[in-house]
Design a protein around this ligand. Sequence first.
Ligand code: MLT
Length: 430
Amino acid sequence: MAESAELILDGKSISLPVIEGTEHEKAFDIGKLRDQTGYVTYDPGYKNTGATKSAITFLDGEEGILRYRGYPIEQLAEKASFLEVAYLLINGSLPTQTEFDAFRYEITQHSLVHEDIRKILDGFPSSAHPMGILASIVCSLTAFYPKSISPELNKDELNLNIVRLIAKLPTIAAWSYKNSVGHPYVYPRNDLDYTANFLYMMFSFPTEKYEVNPVVVSALNKLLILHADHEQNCSTSTVRLVGSANASLYGSVSAGINALWGPLHGGANQEVIEMLEAIEQDGGDTSKFINKAKDKNDSFRLMGFGHRVYKNFDPRAKIIKVAADEVLQALGMQDSPLLKIAQELEQAALTDQYFVERKLYPNVDFYSGIIYKALGIPTEMFTVMFAVGRLPGWIAQWKELRENKEPIGRPRQIYVGELERDYTAIGERA
Ligand code: MLT
C-alpha cells in the first residue's frame, strides 16, 4: 500500500500522500490541502518546503554529500573541466569526446558580445558594482536576441540561447570589471579554454603579452565546478520562480544574479575578505575577534562559518581548503598576513568548543574568498566569479522546470494586517 500520512483536523481525517525521491527523501504532498481544509502550510523562507522534484543535484546536509546528476562533487572537482560539468548539469549525462568537442566549439562561436553592449557598458558610472552591471547586461540580451523571450522555443532555439549565455557570461563579467577600473575591454580568445580565456580577458592589457598561469587556471576550474549548482538555494529558486512565469532564460538568470548579489547569499565570500582585512587593520589579534563573535551583546559576526543546509561540514569546503593551500604555496603566498589571520580563525573554529558545538566550521565562502584574493581577483568581483560558476546550474534548473511544464510559482500567505476599515477624507484624519 502506498505510504500516506493522516492529518486530523476538527476530528476529520485527511490523508496526505507521501512522495519519495530516488535517494529516499520523503515529503507530504499538501497540494490539495487548502481545497480540502481551507488551511495552508506556514514555512517562512520555505526551509522545509520541497518546491519541486528535481533530477539535477542531490545534497545531504547531515552527511555532507553533494552530487551533480549522481556524480560525487569530489570526483568532478578532481577530474572534470568546468565545461564538462556544465554539459552534465544541463544535459543530464557526461559528454562523449565528440559531444564535448561540439559543445566547446559552439561556445567559442558565441563568446563575442554585440558591439552595442560596449555602449551600454560605457553608460555605467565607474563606481557601478560589477554584479549590477552583470545582471543588467544579461537581461539586456533579450533586446539583442528578441526571439529568446518566446515561451515556444524549439529544442535548437533553446539550445542556442543556452550556448550564447554560457559563452558570453565570462566576456560580460570581465568587461564589467574592466569598466569599473577604466581599462580597455579585452576580446575573448577561442584558442584558450573557458577558464583561461576568462582570466585572459580579466587580466591582460593590449600593451603586454599575458601568460596564463596553469596553477591559477586549475584552481579556478575547481572553484567554478564547486559552485556550479546547489539545488534549491536562494538564487536558483529565484531563477525557477521567474522562469515559472514563462519569463525568458536571460530574464530569469538576470533575476538569479540579483539574488546572488545579496550579502546573505553570494556576497558572503566578499564579506569574508573584508572581515579579514578589518582584523588585519585592527592589529591582527584574532583572539579578540573570536571573543567578539562569542559575545552575544556584540554585533560582530564571523563571516564564512557554518551553513544553512550542511549541518556537519560543507563538502565543497574540504576540497577547496586543499586547493587553497596548493595555490598559495604555488604562488609563494603562504606567509601573507591575511592568510595567517584566516588560518587562526579556521583553527579556532575547528577546535574551540563554542564553534564546534554550534557547528560553525569554515564553509566554501571562507576559502573561496582567500583563493580569489590570492589569484588577484578584485574583491568586488568575488560574487561575479560565483555567478560565472553558478550559471550552468541556473540554466539546468530553468530548463528542467520548462521541460516538466511546472506551474507558475504562487505561494500563499497568512495575512496579519488591518481588518476592513472605511476610507476617511484627508482633513478628517487624526
Ligand atoms: C550556495 O551554494 O548556493 C550556497 O551555499 C547557499 C545555499 O545553498 O543555500
